[in-house]
Design a protein. Structure first.
Length: 213
């Protein structure tokens, strides 16, 4: 499934996130691994650094944290409702409705690219294509930080936040391989267990990578 196409039950990812809206922030705005990744990243970015937030959602926490650190943040999301919420919640950043598969960044790319969980609503082949695509947007000396639910998962139907969605992912080793082949140096990676309120625990994989200067 691609982010703009319906899943097996006829609902696209954009439609799902339009309906989830601000409830996503209520459940996932305090993921420890994501907050730690943002701390790691902001410690390495100079004021005014250009940062892209892929799957920016409501703008919290990623765009908000980065904007407060003085970064020039652009957020993209397939959900029009999420983009509207983000523009209200984080007015210091810029948000647009866009698909990671077709988005074209400004010349020069970004000093950092963040991707926290948006690729899960794609098919495996598209996840594998999106990773080097995002890596190509990282300027020399810049960073890519990502979080996902890892595993050799292909078009798995689940119920998530009350909605039926189809998800896919790759193993941690496959993420590392693809990022390495895309020219990034993996600085740190780990897995952690996260327990969303009112939901089953889920394993998260976080990776911090850098493009050599």
């Amino acid at each position: 499934m691609t982010v703009g196409e319906p899943n097996k039950r006829g609902t696209s990812a954009a439609e799902v996130f339009d309906e989830v809206g601000g409830r996503y922030e209520e459940v996932f705005a305090r993921v420890p691994g994501q907050l730690a990744a943002l701390d790691w990243l902001t410690a390495r970015l100079a004021p005014g650094a250009r940062v892209l937030d892929v799957g920016s959602g409501t703008g919290r926490p990623t765009a908000e944290v980065l904007a407060r650190a003085g970064c020039a943040v652009t957020g993209i999301d397939v959900s029009a409702h999420m983009v509207d919420l983000a523009r209200t919640r984080v007015p210091q950043a810029r948000f647009e409705q866009a698909d990671v598969r077709t988005y074209t960044p400004a010349e020069g790319g970004f000093d950092a690219v963040c991707s926290f969980f948006p690729l899960l609503v794609m098919g495996q082949r598209e996840v594998a294509a999106a990773l080097p695509r995002m890596a190509s947007w990282v300027a020399p000396g810049g960073f890519l930080v990502l979080g996902t639910v890892p595993g050799d998962i292909s078009d798995l139907d689940i119920v998530w936040m009350g909605h039926e969605v189809t998800v896919s992912s790759l193993s941690p080793a496959e993420h590392l391989r693809l990022l390495g082949e895309a020219g990034l140096e993996v600085v740190e990676h780990h897995t952690a267990l996260f327990r969303p309120e009112g939901a089953e625990p889920e394993e998260h994989f976080f990776c911090h990578a850098r493009r050599p200067a």
